[in-house]
Write a protein that binds this ligand. Structure first.
Ligand SMILES: NC(=O)c1ccc[n+]([C@@H]2O[C@H](COP(=O)([O-])OP(=O)(O)OC[C@H]3O[C@@H](n4cnc5c(N)ncnc54)[C@H](OP(=O)(O)O)[C@@H]3O)[C@@H](O)[C@H]2O)c1
Length: 294
């Protein structure tokens, strides 16, 4: 099986390549330089020449706050780019595994979001990702949309990296304590997507559609920060545990509005594909250990 990965240098993309290689699968890794998903002709040409059996799209515009001031760019990658991939996949009879986000929800629900809850994104990034989902659904039957949340990995910028940097610079840090969600290790997302790709490769039926996938237990950014400092101290990556002061979203204004609750109910994936929620604290430890070994 040949698996084409777009956005292969990102947090999830880089883990996808590792996961595929671990499974002995032929991975076609493309970053923006090799394959810009906003260019329909380039996407067509690449797929017609390389003839992958399945495409996993890990390319996205992910700068949530910056998207507020450059919406055209966010839409061109997250919506038009996704639509370009879906069109080419449809023309060449290839399935598309695509990643979306918890930020398509407004966060007002009491309880965890299920796949059929009405989306109502409150920021440009969330809106552009939702339009990307809708484009794929309207163009291509053989697709999986995996909505994930609070992604962290060994490669790229993320909350874990920022917290570790601050731990070395400060004694106290204010962290938002009223946004609830599930941190998700990029390695777990990659493993899930590769399981789905393998299923297709092995000729097993794939229940196409939209699924939620996030780490558990649900927490807040404050809870996540405390766990990072605890693990980093255990691993002797920092000398002292940083004091974490809880603050509200209102006290930490950002250009993009984020959902207060974006906990994802992941039971559909468990029911239909026997894939369970991972414990993000295990992924966190693995990321920290990988940085120590560098
Ligand atoms: N990060 C999160 O917290 C989070 C949360 C929920 C959902 N997600 C979703 O999870 C998926 C993976 O996110 P991630 O955290 O791995 O993102 P990431 O680390 O920002 O990686 C995205 C990759 O896409 C590439 N890219 C951007 N524009 C492109 C284009 N036009 N053509 C080809 N490649 C392009 C980027 O390359 P450059 O570096 O050259 O721009 C980057 O390598 C995305 O769909 C994202 O929306 C992420």
């Amino acid at each position: 099986m040949r698996v084409l990965v777009t956005g292969a240098k990102g947090q999830v993309g880089s883990e996808l390549i590792l996961e595929g290689e671990k499974r002995g699968i032929q991975m076609l890794a493309t970053g923006r330089a090799e394959l810009d998903i906003t260019q329909q002709d380039a996407v067509n040409n690449f797929i017609q020449t390389q003839k992958p059996d399945i495409l996993i799209n890990a390319a996205a515009y992910t700068a949530v706050d910056k998207a507020e001031s450059e919406p055209e760019l966010a839409y061109s990658i997250n919506c038009d780019g996704a639509a370009n991939l879906a069109r080419t996949c449809a023309d060449n009879d290839i399935p598309l595994l695509h990643i979306s986000t918890d930020y398509i929800f407004d966060g007002c629900k009491v309880g965890a979001y299920i796949e059929t809850d009405t989306p109502n994104p409150q920021c440009v990034y969330g809106k552009s990702k939702l339009e990307g989902e809708q484009a794929i659904e309207s163009i291509l039957e053989h697709h999986i949309i995996l909505r994930v949340s609070w992604v962290f990995g060994a490669n790229g910028d993320n909350f874990v990296k920022t917290m570790l940097r601050l731990a070395k610079e400060r004694d106290l840090i204010n962290v938002v304590a009223d946004q609830h969600g599930g941190p998700t290790w990029a390695g777990d997302i990659a493993a899930t997507l590769m399981k789905l790709a393998n299923r297709w490769g092995d000729g097993e039926p794939v229940p196409w559609g939209t699924y939620h996938y996030s780490g558990q237990p649900a927490t807040t950014w404050q809870g996540f920060a405390e766990a990072i400092f605890e693990r980093a101290e255990e691993l002797e990556m920092i000398d002292k545990r940083l004091q974490v002061e809880p603050i509200s979203t209102a006290e930490y204004p950002t250009p993009a509005q984020r959902p207060l609750n974006s906990i994802l109910d992941c039971s559909k994936l468990a029911r239909q594909l026997d894939i369970n929620q991972p414990d993000w604290r295990i992924g966190l430890r693995q990321v920290l250990v990988s940085w120590m070994q560098k």
